[in-house]
Design a protein around this ligand. Structure first.
Ligand SMILES: [Zn+2]
Length: 71
């Protein structure tokens, strides 16, 4: 699955959805992805992993809200 960019219909914030998987395959189930801003459901699809949602287009707050560990 490619990365998907979506705009939330509710708050108009843009998010990027990426499928994450374990090494081995599991049974596919319907998973949902939610807007990080307002928790509106923005995506639904079958996966044997899970969906990682990252908010994009908020560079002003990137420094404050960065929670990713440095490599
Ligand atoms: Zn939203």
């Amino acid at each position: 699955m490619e990365k998907i960019s979506l705009e939330c219909k509710n708050c108009k914030s843009k998010s990027e959805i990426r499928e994450e998987k374990l090494v081995f395959s599991e049974k596919k189930v319907l998973e949902e992805a939610y807007c990080p801003e307002c928790e509106e459901k923005i995506y639904e699809g079958e996966t044997d992993g899970w969906f990682h949602v990252a908010e994009i287009g908020k560079k002003d707050l990137a420094d404050e809200e960065c929670t990713y560990p440095m490599p």
